[in-house]
Write a protein that binds this ligand. Structure first.
Ligand SMILES: C[S@@+](CC[C@H](N)C(=O)[O-])C[C@H]1O[C@@H](n2cnc3c(N)ncnc32)[C@H](O)[C@@H]1O
Length: 309
């Protein structure tokens, strides 16, 4: 828990709250606080495994790997044949299979698939607000209470280009920190770099911004105190322009990879009740991965750096 109540720009407090010495992700496993496509079941990993096989990749690097949930499942599915590496700021989980690599920084070169599920939304941004006078200013926040005030005027070309504010009270998160981080990851990859996250484009920016906090499975007050997650949706169109990425909704990407959410036929219940129950559970978990307004709406932001055949 952070104890200094000096109001500072959001990007500073957010960085400290998640990644500082007492930061949330230094001490907390993401799966203990929120469900993601990768930690909710093995179905997402199975789809990624089908993709990896179809592309002929021998290596997968998971950026922001949590506690290695996706990698552990890929390791099982591939019977240890895939080269797997987790990139995480926390130390290697004790129960990770020994031949999965684990490091704190991205390697200079990645041959295969780089995947980053719900990583970009946790990259801290500056937050700005248009005041009563229409002037756009940085939002300052007291890390102990979440109380906000407006600081100095913001003049930022990213904002002008991607998220211009048009009236008092409107807010935005400046996405250039995400752009830079993603471009840095993409440049290392010979293969496919795939970020998966919730986001928006110029057509549907949230007028009041999208800062949120979560703890123990629930949305909470947004406070950068190190005691909760702090996240904001990703401006995906600026990533596309910077890195030449393509955008696909998760529902469409996963359907291509064989995730359908189709319920088993009722007669299976009579022939093999156990198989029926398992298939029913898989159908429910698949439907969650495809859900409109939920994970199905996530963007797959994909850059394929291989020469066109
Ligand atoms: C929201 S969690 C997602 C975990 C996992 N990918 C999943 O889908 O469940 C984000 C993770 O990214 C890690 N992370 C964030 N920035 C990082 C960085 N620059 N280097 C390594 N890990 C990072 C955090 O520690 C955290 O575990």
């Amino acid at each position: 828990m952070l104890s200094d109540s000096t109001p500072l720009p959001w990007r500073t407090t957010w960085t400290e709250a998640l990644y500082g010495k007492q930061g949330f992700f230094r001490h907390q496993a993401p799966a203990d606080h929120f469900r993601t496509s990768t930690n909710s079941s093995g179905l997402f990993a199975a789809a990624i495994w089908r993709m990896v096989q179809a592309e002929g990749f021998a290596q997968v690097v998971d950026l922001g790997a949590g506690r290695g949930e996706l990698l552990t499942e890929l390791h099982r599915l591939s019977s240890g044949a895939l080269g797997l590496t987790g990139i995480e700021m926390v130390d290697r989980p004790g129960d990770l299979p020994a031949d999965i690599g684990w490091q704190h920084e991205l390697p200079e070169h990645i041959d295969g698939l780089l995947i980053a599920n719900e990583w970009l939304d946790n990259i801290p941004c500056d937050v700005v607000e248009s005041g009563a006078d229409g002037v756009v200013r940085y939002v300052l926040v007291d890390p102990t209470s979440g109380a906000e005030s407006l600081g100095k005027k913001c003049d930022d070309p990213w904002l002008d280009r991607w998220w211009p504010l048009t009236g008092p009270g409107e807010r935005a998160e400046i996405g250039s920190s995400r752009d830079e981080a993603w471009a840095d990851a993409v440049r290392r990859v010979d293969g496919i770099a795939l970020a998966i996250d919730y986001g928006h484009t110029a057509a549907d920016r949230p007028v009041l911004g999208s800062l949120r906090s979560y703890r123990q499975g629930h949305e909470t007050d947004v406070i950068p105190d190190g005691n909760r997650d702090v996240t904001a949706h990703v401006a995906v169109d600026s990533l596309v322009q910077l890195t030449g990425a393509t955008l696909t909704r998760q529902v469409d990407a996963l359907k291509v990879l064989g995730v359908t959410g189709t319920r088993p036929r009722l007669e299976l219940a009579r022939i093999d009740p156990g198989a029926y129950v398992r298939a029913l559970s898989d159908a429910a978990l698949s439907a969650e991965l495809l859900a409109p307004g939920g994970w199905g709406n996530f963007w797959w932001i994909s850059v394929d750096s291989r020469p066109v055949a």
